[in-house]
Design a binder for this molecule. Structure first.
Ligand code: PLP
Length: 398
């Protein structure tokens, strides 16, 4: 009996949500995806901030193919010297401050958060973990415990004890960080809350309070890092260096890779009492590291971070004056577009889909949609895309 891929997808893939009309994609190139029937889709989400260098960048493909010829997995993380990991860690360190020179590679964003939380407990000898309302940090138990929305948590309780949520951008709430706090985990720019930017001086005040109480400041740059905001790392905009930096998504250049980064002194704590304080089989997979290194080269050589701001501004200028739009929040090429009437959002999303524009909603903001295309998008591509977005907005408002 013959089944279509769609039937098998719905029958055999365990899915977080079921979309019977999900497109069947068989090819991707640059900012375009293609389905089995040859339709072209425009990627304005980048697989949620993953494909910063566009789909199938030739330099990344070459690096992956070369690494495949050399070797794939050899041994659990850290047991052998593997040049793709070493070269990548060195290259990341070259672009990071002195206090962030030791890179622990994992496979995903959630795992980077797990490692960072454990490290903060070891460094401080404390247990309390604080994060922000409307923050998303991942789906594993530790990351979920720090997630800022009860709707996604209640069915999985009990979660980690000794956690606390505070309001992002509230100076007053920083007083809830105390001498009991091991870590404050925060996205320098809140992504799933709808691209919420830090108010002037907020992140400096965060740094100051963490220093006062002696807790670790962990930045989750999993969605914002690697060029998306107009700098290689989002924290560079604000003159604030975290104690631990978490990266994933675009870090892998399209391959699965995550990392938590701190000082060597801190990281050595994971090697004793107990030994093997954090272990992973596939963390820092050589093919992912080779892809990541090539992606970093592409971001730097093609000045993608520098270009992100100009391209983001073009989107903003083209869309800002549309009568259904209330506000656009933006950093680099990451836009949260807020509608005057949130009730138009479902119809608008259907129109985007019909017009094969890949645009996404946020987890914790139901009046805005996200635009975050590959950073390789050209200005010539942006203008006709904005025409298409505008005609969807026109139709949704009718
Ligand atoms: N942190 C942020 C800000 C994210 O956006 C995500 C994923 O969307 C994660 C952490 C978790 O990353 P992953 O899905 O790779 O586990």
């Amino acid at each position: 009996m013959h089944f279509t891929n769609r039937q098998l997808f719905l029958r055999h893939l365990a899915l977080p949500s079921v979309d019977k009309e999900a497109p069947e994609i068989i090819k991707a190139e640059g900012i375009y995806l293609y389905d089995v029937d040859g339709h072209q889709y425009i990627d304005l989400v980048s697989g949620v901030s993953v494909s910063n260098t566009g789909h199938g960048h030739p330099r990344i493909l070459v690096a992956i193919k070369k690494q495949l010829d050399d070797h794939m997995h050899l041994m659990v993380y850290g047991k052998y010297i593997q040049s793709p990991q070493v070269r990548l860690a060195r290259k990341l360190a070259d672009h990071l401050p002195d206090s962030l020179q030791s890179v622990y590679f994992v496979n995903s964003g959630s795992e980077a958060i797990e490692g960072a939380l454990k490290l903060a407990k070891r460094v401080t000898g404390r247990t309390e973990l604080v994060s922000c309302r409307h923050a998303y940090h991942g789906s594993t138990h530790g990351a979920l415990s720090l997630l800022g929305d009860e709707e996604m948590k209640y069915a999985y309780r009990p979660l980690l004890p000794d956690t606390r949520l505070i309001r992002y951008n509230s100076l007053e709430d920083l007083n809830m960080l105390t001498e009991n706090t091991a870590a404050f985990l925060i996205e320098p720019i809140q992504a799933e809350a709808g691209i919420i930017l830090p108010e002037d001086g907020y992140l400096k005040a965060v740094r100051k309070r963490c220093d006062e109480v002696g807790c670790m400041l962990i930045f989750d740059e999993i969605q914002m890092g690697f060029g998306r905001t107009g700098k290689l790392f989002a924290f560079e905009h604000y003159g604030v260096v975290p104690d631990i930096l978490c990266l994933a998504k675009a870090l892998g250049g399209g391959m699965p890779l995550g990392a938590f980064i701190s000082s060597r002194e801190n990281m050595l704590l994971l090697t004793h009492h107990p030994e093997l304080g954090h272990i992973t089989t596939f963390g820092g997979h050589p093919v992912s590291c080779a892809a990541s290194h090539a992606a970093l080269d592409v971001i730097l050589d093609e000045k993608l971070a520098e270009g992100a701001d100009q391209k983001g501004e073009l989107f903003e200028n083209e869309l800002d004056s549309h009568p259904v739009i209330k506000a656009i929040r933006r950093k680099g090429l990451m836009l949260g577009v807020e509608l005057k009437d949130p009730l138009t959002l479902p119809a608008l999303m259907r129109l985007f889909k019909k017009n094969r524009l890949i645009v996404d909603q946020f987890l914790f903001n139901h009046s805005s949609f996200r635009i975050a295309p590959p950073l390789t998008i050209s200005e010539e591509q942006i203008l006709p895309i904005c025409d298409k977005i505008r005609s969807c907005l026109d139709e949704a408002s009718r």
